[in-house]
Design a binder for this molecule. Sequence first.
Ligand SMILES: Nc1nc2c(c(=O)[nH]1)N[C@H]1C(S)=C(S)[C@@H](COP(=O)(O)OP(=O)(O)OC[C@H]3O[C@@H](n4cnc5c(=O)[nH]c(N)nc54)[C@H](O)[C@@H]3O)O[C@H]1N2
Ligand SMILES: Nc1nc2c(c(=O)[nH]1)N[C@H]1C(S)=C(S)[C@@H](COP(=O)(O)OP(=O)(O)OC[C@H]3O[C@@H](n4cnc5c(=O)[nH]c(N)nc54)[C@H](O)[C@@H]3O)O[C@H]1N2
Ligand SMILES: [Mo]
Length: 777
Amino acid sequence: MTSRLPHSSHWGAFTAEVHDGRLVGVLPRPGDPEPSPLLSGIADALHADVRVAAPAVRRGWLEQGPGATSERRGADDFVEVGWDRALDLVAAELDRVRREHGNPAIFGGSYGWASAGRFHHAKTQLARFLNLFGGCTDQKYNYSYAAASAILPHVVGTGGPTAGEVTSWDVIAEHTRLWVMFGGAPLKNAQVESGGITRHSAAHWLRAARDNGTRFVAVTPIRDDVAGFLDAAWLPVRPNTDTAVMLGLAHTLLVEDRYDRDFVARYCVGFDRFRRYLEGADDGRPKSAEWAAAIAGIDAGALRDLARRMVAERTMITSTWSLQRADHGEQPFWMTVVLAAMVGQIGLPGGGFGFAYGDTAGMGNRRYPFPAPALPAGVNPAGSTIPVARIADMLLHPGEPYDFDGERRRYPDIRLVYWAGGNPFHHHQDLNRLLRGWRRPETVVVHEPWWTATARHADIVLPATTTLERNDIGASSRDDAIVAMHQAVEPVGQARHDFDILAGLAGRLGFRDAFTEGRDEAAWLRHLYERSRRAAARNGAELPEFDEFWARGHADVPGTRSFVLFEAFRSDPAAHPLRTPSGRIEIFSATIEGFGYDDCPPHPTWLEPAEWLGAAQAARHPLHLISNQPRTRLHGQLDMGRVSRDSKVNGREPCRLNPSDAAARAIRDGDLIRLFNDRGACLAGAVLTDAVRPGVVELATGAWYDPREPGTVGALDLHGNPNVLTADHGTSRLGQGPSAHSALVQAERFDGDAPPVAVLRVTPVSDEGKTDGADGS
Ligand SMILES: Nc1nc2c(c(=O)[nH]1)N[C@H]1C(S)=C(S)[C@@H](COP(=O)(O)OP(=O)(O)OC[C@H]3O[C@@H](n4cnc5c(=O)[nH]c(N)nc54)[C@H](O)[C@@H]3O)O[C@H]1N2
Ligand SMILES: Nc1nc2c(c(=O)[nH]1)N[C@H]1C(S)=C(S)[C@@H](COP(=O)(O)OP(=O)(O)OC[C@H]3O[C@@H](n4cnc5c(=O)[nH]c(N)nc54)[C@H](O)[C@@H]3O)O[C@H]1N2
Ligand SMILES: [Mo]
C-alpha cells in the first residue's frame, strides 16, 4: 500500500509517497501555484551513496589523539566506530576542552540552514546543548545580510527591513508605477524559504504588478536576475558600483532641484553634510551622472532620465542582499535609503525603499504577528561571539584585536569546533585560507547526513537523519500555513536525530534532563506548537489544536495583512520616531563618525572595492566573479539531486560568461575551463550567454568542493566551487560581513588531465566491521 504524507522542505511543502518503507514519490503541495523543481531531487538525496552510514572517526585523531595530526584533516581516511564509542569520545573531549581552556574555547556558532523542521533544526539543537553545557563562542548575524544588519540600525533604527519587514507585495502591485531594482528580483532565489513555504507567490505578484502597469528597471550585471516577462529595462552595471550609480541619481535630483526638500527636512538628519559630498565640495569631485556612469560602465543620459522618472511617479527602490555581500557592503544599503529619502516617498504605499524581494520565497509577504514554532536555544553563558564571517580570522589569529560596530574585541582561542546543520567548506570565502585556519583546533566534530566537504574535514562525523526520517513542524513566519511534517521512512543506515545524539551526550555529561526537559519528539512537537498557538491567540489569530493540526497535516494562519514600511513614522514622526539617536533617518550618523572608520565613513560614500573591474588588479585578473545563489540547489544541499546533476557541463559546475570574453580566450560553449586568481583555482564548464555582462563571470555557489589533492592548501578544485576564488575579509570594520561578491579572476580553456568529480559518489570510510548500534544512554 502506498501512503501519502504531508511534509516540507526549504524548497517547499510537499506530499511524500511511501511504499514498502521507501520514498517513491514527491508531489508538490496542492495549491502551490509555482512549486520548485528542486523537489525532484529529494529522493536522490535521501538514498544517496554519500549518506554517512555510521559514526566515523578520522584515523589520525583516533590513533594519535586530539591535535597530533590536525594537518591531515581532509586527507586522512575514516574508521567507523559504534555509537557508544563515538559519543564517549565526543563527551570526553568536550569535557577536557572545557576544563583545560574554558567554554569560549569551544566554537559552536555552527552557521547554516540545516533543514526546514523547526524542532529538529540542527543548529538550534546544538546551541541549546552547548548553552546548557556552559556556553561556547557563537556567531553573530548571518552570511545573507550581515553588513545590512549592522548598518541599518544606525540609519533607520532597526534591521527589520533587511530581515523582511518590507512593504507587502499586494501594496506594490497596486500602487507602484516604477520599480527600480538593484540586483533585480531573482526568481531563481524565490524557490526557497528558511523553514519552508506552502505557496510560491513571488512570480504571481510580479505579474500582478506588471499587469497593473508597473514598469521595471533592473540595475544588475546579469539580465535574468529579473524575470523576462517583466520586460524590464536593463542597466548592465559593473558589479559593486551600485553606490556610485545611486549617488549619480541623487546628484541629478540635487542639481536639478527635484529632490523632496520637505521630506529631507522633516524626516531626516545630516543632509547638509551629505550634500557637500554629493557636490564634491571637499574632494573636488561632484558625484554627477557622468561620474557615476564612468564608474559603472553605463550611459550617463540613462541615469539622468531615470532620476527624473523616479520623482515623477510612485517609485519603489529596492536592493537585493547580494549588493551588501561585497566589499563596503554597508554603503549600497545606506545609499538605497538616502536615495529613497530624496525621492520623498518613504512611508507611502508602493513608494520608498525595500530589500530582498525575490531573494527568498517569503520576502514581501507580511510576517504573521506571532513567533512560528521553534526550539528555544536558551542563552549563551559564555557570552563570546564573533561576526559570522570572521571564522578563518578567528582560527588564524587567536587573541588578536579586531573592530566590530564600534567595539574593539579580541578573537578567542578555539580548541574544539562543533558543527551541526551547516557547511563552512561550502559557505566560507577563500577556502584555502579556511583550510589553513581549520588545522589549528585540536578537534572538529560534525553532525551530517551526507559526506559534505565539512564532514570530510572533520575528526568525528556523526550521521544525522534527514527530515523524512523524523516528525517535525515546518514553518516560516512569512508563509500562510504551518506544516505537519510526518515521518516517512526509518532512519537510513545508523543515522540518528541530532536531538537524540545531543541527548546522549548530555546524559554522559550530566544534564540530560535539562536538555530534554523530559520530553521526547512527540511531546516536544505538541509543546512547541501549543506555545505558538497561545501566542497567536494573544494576537487575535486562531490556530487549530495540535491533534487537529497533526491529523490535517497543516494549520492555516489567518489574516496576514497589507503593510507599508514606515507608514506610521511618515504619518506622525513625533509620535512614531525611529529608534535612531535623532529619531529620524540618519543620512549622516554622528555615532558612526565617532567610530572613526575609514572603511565606513559617516554618510554613504563611494569607496572602491579591493577587487572590481576598475582596480589595478584587473590587469591580471580581468573578470569579476559573481558567485550567486544556485538555481539548481539550495547552497550545497541537493548537489546530488537530479536538477543539479543535469545542469553540470562536462561533469563540472556551469560557469556562464559573455561570448566576447569567451572568444578572447578561445573558449567555446561546453569547454572545460579553469578559473583562477592568487587565492586558488577551480575547473568549470563554460556556458556562453549574453545575459551576463562582458567582464563578468557567473559561477553559482554550492558545487561540492573536490580538491585534486585532498587536505592540501591550494589544490585545484575539480568541481567548480567559487569559494576557492573569493576573498575573505570583512565588508568593513562596522559590519564585518562576508564580501563574497568582490572577487576578480582570470579564465582559460583547460586542456590538461582532469579526473572526474568524485565527492558526490565515493564514501571515504574504511569499514572495520565495527557496529554496535545500541547507545545505552
Ligand atoms: N561565494 C559565496 N559564498 C556564499 C554566498 C555567496 O553568495 N557567495 N552566500 C552565503 C549565504 S547567504 C549563505 S546563507 C551560506 C549558506 O551556507 P550553509 O547554510 O552552510 O549551506 P547549506 O548547504 O545549506 O548547509 C547546511 C548543511 O546542513 C546539513 N543538514 C541538513 N539538515 C540537517 C540536519 O537535520 N542535521 C544535520 N546535522 N545537518 C543537516 C546539510 O546537509 C548541509 O550540508 O553560504 C554563503 N556562502
Ligand atoms: N535556488 C536558491 N535560492 C536561494 C538560495 C539558494 O541557495 N538557492 N539561497 C538563499 C539565501 S540563503 C539567500 S541569503 C538569498 C540570497 O539572495 P541574493 O543575495 O540576492 O542572491 P544572489 O544570487 O547572490 O544575488 C542575486 C543577484 O544579484 C546580482 N549581483 C551580484 N552582485 C551585484 C552587485 O554588486 N550589484 C548588482 N546590482 N547586482 C549584483 C547577481 O547578478 C545575482 O544573480 O537567496 C536565497 N535563495
Ligand atoms: Mo543566505
